[in-house]
Design a protein around this ligand. Structure first.
Ligand SMILES: N[C@@H](CCC(=O)N[C@@H](CS)C(=O)NCC(=O)O)C(=O)O
Length: 200
């Protein structure tokens, strides 16, 4: 059975709501949202950047609420609640899913965080950088035993990640050797070179 680790009013709402819409059996585990618990090795083993939610299904464990939605639909959805792949509706579906997480909710979360705090800009910048480093460390760790995110083979996930990691280059310095090698590997790709040589 699916287990989803839940904190009310966080993104764990998404996969749980989806399971209920699909009438899927799901075990909802309320969890401790304290930084202490989220930094524990127990939690980091399923959510390497210490975020909520996480999902466990048999021997699979995963993080990222949008990816959970994709997984649940792909495995248990039987075509429900998403348009047929390769259609215009599917493109619109993906667009709004990504917009909801990547574009809309991030600044909303930031506003909520900043309004709740009364610290200097430098403290807030330091905190944001620490959060970036948590995510970079998660990618650094997965690249310990593989050249690409999924293993030996390059996938489009490396395109998504490659752009983000390249943006993070000023933070890399010598602290993330796997990431630095990963960026070099990606940039050496013929398609990347072709992209880099584009001119207006
Ligand atoms: N893109 C991730 C974002 C995960 C995320 O930032 N979750 C928040 C709760 S909604 C969290 O764990 N915040 C704690 C922190 O950033 O320290 C997802 O969709 O799962």
């Amino acid at each position: 059975m699916l287990t989803i680790y839940h904190v009310p009013r966080t993104r764990s709402v998404r996969p749980i709501w989806l399971c209920y819409e699909l009438d899927l059996p799901v075990s909802v585990e309320f969890m401790d949202f304290s930084p202490e618990f989220r930094n524990s090795s127990q939690w980091r083993a399923i959510s390497p950047a210490g975020k909520v939610p996480a999902l466990v299904d048999g021997d699979l464990s995963m993080f990222e609420s949008g990816a959970m939605v994709d997984y649940i639909l792909e495995r248990y959805g039987n075509g429900r609640l998403q348009p047929a792949p390769g259609t215009n509706e599917s493109a619109a579906y993906r667009q709004w899913c990504w917009f909801a997480e990547a574009t809309l909710v991030r600044p909303l979360g930031l506003v909520r965080l900043l309004r709740a705090r009364d610290e200097s800009i430098d403290t807030l910048i330091d905190e944001a950088e620490a959060k970036c480093r948590e995510s970079l460390a998660a990618v650094e760790s997965v690249l310990t035993d593989r050249p690409y995110l999924l293993g030996e083979d390059f996938s489009a996930a490396d395109i998504m990640m490659g752009y983000s990691v390249a943006m993070a280059q000023p933070l890399l310095a010598d602290r993330y050797p796997n990431l630095a090698a990963y960026v070099r590997r990606l940039m050496a790709r013929e398609a990347y070179q072709r992209l880099a040589s584009l001119t207006p």
